[in-house]
Design a protein around this ligand. Structure first.
Ligand SMILES: *Cc1c(COP(=O)(O)O)cnc(C)c1O
Length: 503
């Protein structure tokens, strides 16, 4: 028995031993970590190494430095966490190269729209006609008469480039274009009804996605919203009874992204303008999608055209440049001279003004509407909407036979078929209207449908498809010229890879 008073019970001694071992291990780890950290090459060493490297010559020096620093920092972080990254110069340099290339790649990139939704807000709505692109190039590459009256040699109006065209195409007395239709509505309300009452049917208090809600816009423009009628039925007398000395405007909103069916009633614009005239109150219609051409003869329901709205006697009609019109993002305001002059004079117009690129594209797009054949043949949105079913069928069948040739035998890679499904207009126009389209449907064998959808989305160019009933759908209606080949080639690449290479 020990006589010392420093008696240590055996259990505790064992514990201390373990602690010592643990500490030693920790110290060793620490010194290994320090060793590894010391092995990380310096930024300058790597930069020196990169100097003669052909792969880096097109990259800006600042970007390369940044990429090298970031990769070395990542290696350091990994070591501190206990990892053992490959610290060879070759590896670090190729990591830096990858990062630098990613850093300079544009963030706004093209996409192939295989969804069948023609006006896809998330994918940039309307692709522009070649004529519009050409005008952008011509006008934006130099100076122009944007706000200069060449004849008088004096300052001119920015809108004059499109005003006469707008009048010609809609029958309006005057018009202007602003940044977008949301801006057009805001501007018109602010001009015609600030601090006063605006009467709107309850069935038309729409939300258009992206948090554009008519009641909210009205609040922002300082108007007082007076809802009349019920969700499904509003009568002329509802408007009549709501008029007070404080009423500034009767507003009609085209419910372009939904329909109310069954027991419904709404007041046609022409009745509202009669009432407006009698009561001395302005009338406005927000058309939203705003078609210039009547597309009903192509099987596309009856959307009111801008010309019809103007002919009904509205003081102001607003619509979008990049919905059914198929032009650039813009808000078009047409109507009676008096109202349009007041709108032009509103200081808010300056804040919402259209830029020259847009104006150039808008003028060219509107000009195409002088001939139905030009509009239908050259404006991509109209081409997609009116593309006959048999053309979609031919494109789909062609894509399938190319897949059969490229993937042999096709059955081992995927179950590919065609199905008669529906494209949609999107962008808040022709609500619910299905457009018959023969689509390609794919059930991949080695990867999941979700994986295939993602792989397409992350490829270059990005291909956006939809999934329906557990199968991937490629709708040819929204593919632009040559994109069917891109889709086939990309599908071949992805399907050939198989599951092993995805994990
Ligand atoms: C789409 C839409 C708007 C907004 O138009 P933007 O061009 O997207 O700003 C406004 N009102 C209606 C009824 C719409 O459908």
């Amino acid at each position: 028995m020990k006589s010392s008073n420093h008696y240590t019970p055996p259990a505790l001694a064992k514990n201390m031993e373990e602690n010592m071992e643990e500490n030693m291990a920790k110290n060793m780890e620490k010194s290994m970590e320090e060793n590894m950290l010391r092995k990380i090459p310096g930024v300058d060493t790597l930069l020196q190494e990169i100097k003669g490297d052909q792969r880096f010559t097109h990259l800006p020096v600042s970007v390369v430095k940044n990429a090298v620093r970031t990769e070395l920092g990542n290696a350091r972080k990994l070591i501190v966490k206990g990892g053992e990254p490959d610290l060879s110069q070759d590896t670090l340099i190729s990591l830096a190269l990858g990062r630098a290339q990613k850093m300079i790649a544009p963030r706004l990139i093209p996409a192939v729209n295989a969804t069948g939704v023609v006006l896809h807000t998330n994918l940039g709505r309307a692709p522009l006609a070649a004529a519009a692109l050409e005008r952008i190039q011509t006008i934006a590459s130099g100076f122009s008469n944007l706000e200069f009256n060449m004849e008088k040699g004096k300052r001119g109006e920015r809108y004059s480039a499109v005003e006469s065209l707008l009048c010609e195409l809609t029958g309006a007395e005057a018009g202007l274009a602003v940044n977008n239709n949301a801006g057009a509505v805001l501007l018109a309300l602010d001009t015609l009804a600030r601090s006063r009452e605006v009467i709107v049917s309850r069935g038309e208090l729409v939300e258009i996605g992206g948090a554009f809600r008519i009641p909210d816009v009205m609040e922002k423009s300082g108007c007082i919203l007076k809802e009349v009628g019920t969700t499904n039925r509003t009568h002329l007398r509802d408007y009549e009874n709501a008029i007070t000395p404080d009423t500034a405007l009767l507003l009609k909103v085209h419910t372009s992204n939904y329909t109310i069916e069954g027991f419904t009633a709404s007041v046609p614009l022409s009745k509202l303008t009669e009432l407006g005239e009698m009561a001395g109150i302005a009338v406005m219609e927000d058309l939203g999608s705003g078609s210039i051409m009547d597309l009903s003869q192509y099987g596309l329901g009856k959307e009111p055209t801008a010309r019809q709205a103007v002919a009904s006697g509205a003081d102001v009609v607003t619509f979008s440049g990049d919905k059914l019109l198929g032009g650039p993002q813009a808000g078009l305001i047409v109507g009676k001279s008096e109202a349009i002059q007041r709108i032009k004079a509103n200081p808010l117009t300056r804040a919402l003004r259209i830029d020259k690129l847009t104006l150039a594209a808008l003028e060219a797009t509107l000009a195409l509407y002088r001939s139905d054949a030009d509009a239908l043949g050259q404006i991509p949105t109209l081409k997609m909407l009116t593309c006959p079913f048999k053309e979609t069928a031919a494109k789909t069948e062609d894509m399938i036979s190319r897949l059969v040739n490229e993937l042999e035998p096709l059955e081992t890679f995927a179950d590919v078929a065609w199905a008669d499904l529906s494209s949609r207009t999107g962008g808040g126009s022709y609500p619910e209207l299905p457009i018959a389209s023969r689509c390609m449907t794919i059930l991949p064998k080695e990867i999941s449908v979700a994986r295939l959808e993602k792989a397409l989305r992350l490829s270059t160019p990005a291909i956006i498809a939809r999934i329906e009933n557990g199968r991937l759908i490629i709708d040819p209606r929204t593919l632009q010229d040559g994109e069917d080949t891109v889709v086939v080639d990309t599908l071949v690449k992805i399907l050939k890879k198989g599951e092993k290479e995805w994990t």
